[in-house]
Design a protein around this ligand. Structure first.
Ligand SMILES: Nc1ncnc2c1ncn2[C@@H]1O[C@H](COP(=O)(O)OP(=O)(O)OP(=O)(O)O)[C@@H](O)[C@H]1O
Ligand SMILES: [Mg+2]
Length: 466
């Protein structure tokens, strides 16, 4: 008969006492011989430190005297069962030794009709290590679960083995529906699928992955832009895996696009403004000056022959010159009104209101406080454009202009009781105002329900300088 390999034949009857003693001595764990009545009959320890009581207080004592009740009970119960069933019993218990909680495993083997052997192994350290490992695992799991980044674990074929909550939520697909599919089959927008697949194959063939950007389709059909990176990892069995980590950059992309569009609008607004100036100069002052030159020329010619005619020409020149002067002043006022720089926002806004043929109420604080020139001119142009629109489109009876600081912003509000329906279009008056206000980090709102009047509100941060 061949003994099972774990026994190695040591328990055969042929084993001599010497061999048994050698075996006992070789075992590093404390060993106790205990009667089924719970009384210690013998023991072997490498060091007295392994005993809970002095060495002379072991033999003849009972397990109940030496051990906490729950441990004594467990040992005795296991011992009696080992004797009755002739089977090795295994128990686990914890107890305090010198103010320290320690974990033990006990093996209990019958060694006679009324006694058993208890072999004790201290596995406190192993438990501690396991606890540390478990804590590390829990920590990693919590990080993966709570990170706002998208995480997906794939094998070397790109097949999904797991995704985190953020990815489940963004795609609106529960984890179990991802598993087993190649990652490019889900969530990635159709046009980006071939590229995602090629990128993965290239990475698997050894090319450094870098950052790649794909479009994705969310649960409501919304488009998301995600930047992905990949890291090579190995799972617990050592198998090669790729951890794909995605960052949702949709909002950043949209903001970049908005800045690009606003920049384009500013450039084209600048061009349009230059053209308007050119046209105004051409049609206005330039024409007057041409006439002045012409009149002076004619006056010079008739000065000696017909002084009366010459005087007429000079008078004409004077009128044209005065008109040209007026034109240029008007033009300059349109660029930056003098009253604004000299007297401030209050008087400048009141002057605008005063020119309107309808009743305009102006509410400002004082005329002493001054703001940053850029804030003042933005506020002024908001009022000017909104009042012009009111007169042009609103068919309003009255309008109100409010300019007042509140916390860290200057609030500019223009309301009318007209027909409503104002909408900022690109490049036009209101769109231009929005760009101007947003360029100063302010906000611009248009509230203009049809038939319900118009309220336009700009908030301009004051912190940019005073
Ligand atoms: N107060 C208002 N009441 C009713 N409709 C308005 C009002 N303000 C603007 N609108 C409507 O909104 C549109 C857009 O105004 P916006 O000032 O942006 O452009 P515009 O006045 O048409 O052109 P621009 O200002 O470049 O001369 C106007 O064409 C007009 O139809
Ligand atoms: Mg307008």
């Amino acid at each position: 008969m061949t003994a099972p390999p774990t026994d190695g034949g040591l328990d055969r009857p042929a084993t001599s006492d010497t061999t048994a003693r050698a075996l006992v001595a070789a075992i590093p764990d404390p060993i106790f011989r205990i009667g089924t009545d719970g009384i210690y009959r013998g023991f072997k320890v490498d060091s007295e430190e392994d005993l809970m009581t002095p060495a002379e207080e072991v033999i003849g004592r009972s397990v109940h005297e030496r051990l906490p009740p729950h441990v004594a009970e467990a040992i005795l119960e296991a011992g009696r069962r080992a004797v009755a069933e002739q089977e090795v019993q295994r128990i686990e218990y914890s107890m305090q030794i010198r103010a320290e909680e320690r974990d033990y495993e006990g093996r209990v083997v019958a060694c006679g009709p009324d006694e058993f052997v208890l072999i004790v192994r201290d596995f406190t350290e192993r438990t501690l290590q396991e606890r540390v490992l478990q804590r590390e695992r829990d920590f990693s799991r919590a990080v993966v679960r709570s990170t706002p980044s998208f995480l997906a674990l794939v094998d070397e074929n790109g097949t999904l083995l797991g995704v985190n909550r953020a990815l489940e939520r963004a795609a609106g697909i529960p984890e179990e529906a991802w598993l087993g599919h190649p990652f490019w089959k889900l969530f990635i927008a159709e046009e980006d699928v071939p590229r995602a697949r090629e990128d993965f194959v290239r990475m698997r063939d050894g090319e450094p992955p870098g950052t790649v950007e794909y479009e994705h389709v969310g649960p409501e059909g919304e488009r998301l832009v995600v930047d992905w990176t990949a890291t090579i990892v190995h799972d617990a069995e050592g198998a090669l895996r790729y951890l794909l980590c995605g960052l949702d950059v949709t909002a950043r992309k949209q903001a970049e696009e908005e800045i690009r569009r606003s920049r384009a609008r500013i450039v084209s607004a600048g061009d349009a403004e230059r053209k308007r100036l050119e046209r105004n100069l051409h049609d206005g002052a330039q024409q007057n000056l041409v006439t002045v030159t012409h009149s002076i020329h004619l006056a010079a010619r008739s000065l000696h022959t017909d002084p009366g005619k010459a005087e007429e020409h000079l008078e004409r020149a004077l009128v044209e010159l005065t008109t040209a002067h007026e034109e240029l002043r008007e033009l300059a006022r349109g660029l930056h009104p003098q009253i604004l720089s000299l007297q401030g926002l209050g008087p400048a806004v009141r002057a605008l209101a005063g020119r309107a043929p309808i009743s305009v109420t102006v509410i400002t604080i004082d005329d002493v406080t001054r703001w940053h020139p850029l804030v003042e001119s933005a506020a002024y142009f908001v009022v000017a454009e909104c009042l012009t629109n009111t007169l042009k489109y609103a068919r309003a009876a009255t309008a109100t202009v409010r300019v007042a600081p509140r916390e860290h912003v200057l609030v500019v509000e223009v309301t009318d009781d007209g027909c409503g329906g104002a909408a900022p279009g690109e490049g036009s008056g209101l769109g231009g105002l929005r760009d101007r206000v947003e360029a100063l980090d302010g906000t611009f709102e248009v509230h203009s329900p049809r038939g319900g009047g118009t309220r336009i509100r700009a908030e301009l941060p004051l912190a940019m300088g005073s």
